[in-house]
Design a protein around this ligand. Structure first.
Ligand code: MLT
Length: 304
C-alpha cells in the first residue's frame, strides 16, 4: 500500500503461492475496497489504515508494517476484525540513528544556511560559526534499538551521553557508556543536545512542552527523528524566540505530510521530510522482513 523496495516484491514473487498487486496513495472508499480484496497487506507510514478503512472487512488477515511505528494503523480496530498487525523493528535502526546524528552535526555547523548563502552569492564565514559535538552532553529519551545506536555513535564523537528510559535496565547502562537519569526533569538542565527515540503515545505526546523547555540548559539543541508531537511545536517556537533553544532539528511532524509549520524558516531550525528510514539499505531490510512476515504467516501461521 506504499512504495516498497523491489527486493521485498521479488521475495513475494518467489514464494510461488502468493499473488500481489502494488496499489499506493489510497484513502477513503478506494482504500476500504482494496483492503477487502486481499488476504494480507504491506504498508509503510504513508497509508492510514483507520477503523473506517477496515469497516466491514471479512477477508484481510494480516498487515505487515515495513518499518517500526504502527501508529498509522488502528490496531484496536484490526484486532476486532481478527487481523494480525506485525512490524519490522530492526531493519531501519542504523539509518534512523545516522539521521539523528546527521541532523545534530548539520544543525551545529549551519550546513544548510551556509550552503544557501553560497547559492545566493555570499561568502560569509563569520556568520556561520558553529559548535563542536565533542565534549558536549547528549540526552537520549528512549533507549531502545535506535536510542542505543545513537548513543554508540555519540560516544564516537566524544560526547557524554545521558539516558532516560523507564524500561531500560540500569545494569546495562555502563557497558553502553550511558549515564542513567531517573526522569527527564533530572536530565534537561544538563543537556546540550536532546534527542527522543520513543513511540508516540499518551505518555510521550507533548513530553517536551513549555515547562520542560524552561528547565532545559540554555542554548540546547533538540532533535526529533521519532514521531511528531513528542515535542510540542508551539513550545519549540517559543523556546527558539526566547533564546532558550539554540536549535531544533525535526524529521517528523504531528500531521504528515507537513509542508507548512511556524518552525520552517526560523533561524536555528533544520527540517527534513521524514527521511530517517529512507536509505537503500533500510528500505531493502524492511521490505524483505515485511514480505517474510506475510509469507511465514500465510504458509506456516507464524506470527512475529
Ligand atoms: C518507522 O516507523 O519505521 C519510520 O518512521 C520510517 C517510516 O515510517 O517509514
Amino acid at each position: 500500500l506504499d512504495p516498497l523496495s523491489q527486493d521485498g516484491l521479488d521475495l513475494l514473487e518467489s514464494a510461488g503461492s502468493i499473488e500481489y498487486e502494488v496499489r499506493t496513495g489510497l484513502s477513503g472508499q478506494a482504500l476500504r475496497d482494496t483492503l477487502a480484496e486481499f488476504d494480507g497487506a504491506i504498508c509503510r507510514s504513508g497509508v492510514k489504515i483507520t477503523a473506517e478503512a477496515l469497516e466491514g472487512n471479512h477477508r484481510l488477515r494480516a498487515i505487515a508494517r515495513a518499518g517500526v511505528g504502527t501508529d498509522n494503523i488502528d490496531r484496536e480496530a484490526a484486532t476486532r476484525h481478527g487481523i494480525v498487525v506485525m512490524n519490522t523493528p530492526g531493519g531501519n535502526t542504523i539509518s534512523t540513528a545516522e539521521h539523528a546524528i546527521t541532523l545534530m552535526l548539520a544543525m551545529s555547523r549551519n550546513v544548510h544556511p551556509a550552503y544557501q548563502s553560497l547559492l545566493e552569492g555570499r561568502w560569509d564565514r563569520k556568520k556561520y560559526m558553529g559548535s563542536q559535538l565533542a565534549g558536549k552532553t547528549l540526552g537520549i529519551v528512549g533507549l531502545g534499538r535506535i536510542g542505543l545506536s545513537v548513543a554508540k555513535r555519540a560516544r564516537a564523537f566524544e560526547m557524554q551521553v545521558l539516558g532516560y528510559d523507564p524500561f531500560f535496565p540500569a545494569s546495562r547502562a555502563k557497558e553502553q557508556g550511558i549515564e542513567i537519569c531517573q526522569s527527564t526533569a533530572e536530565m534537561l538542565p544538563l543537556v546540550d543536545y536532546l534527542t527522543v527515540h520513543t513511540p508516540l503515545n499518551d505518555e510521550t505526546r507533548n513530553m517536551i512542552g513549555l515547562e520542560q523547555i524552561e528547565q532545559i540548559k540554555k542554548g540546547a539543541r533538540l532533535i526529533n527523528c521519532a514521531r511528531g508531537g513528542i515535542y510540542n511545536e508551539e513550545a519549540l517556537v517559543a523556546g527558539l524566540k526566547s533564546g532558550q533553544l539554540a536549535g531544533v532539528a525535526l524529521d517528523v511532524y504531528p500531521n504528515e505530510p507537513c509542508t507548512e509549520s511556524p518552525l520552517f524558516g526560523m533561524p536555528g531550525v533544520l527540517c527534513t521530510p521524514h527521511l530517517g528510514a529512507s536509505t537503500e539499505e533500510a528500505q531493502t531490510n524492511v521490505a524483505v522482513e515485511a514480505a517474510e512476515l506475510l509469507i511465514d504467516f500465510f504458509t506456516t501461521g507464524a506470527i512475529r
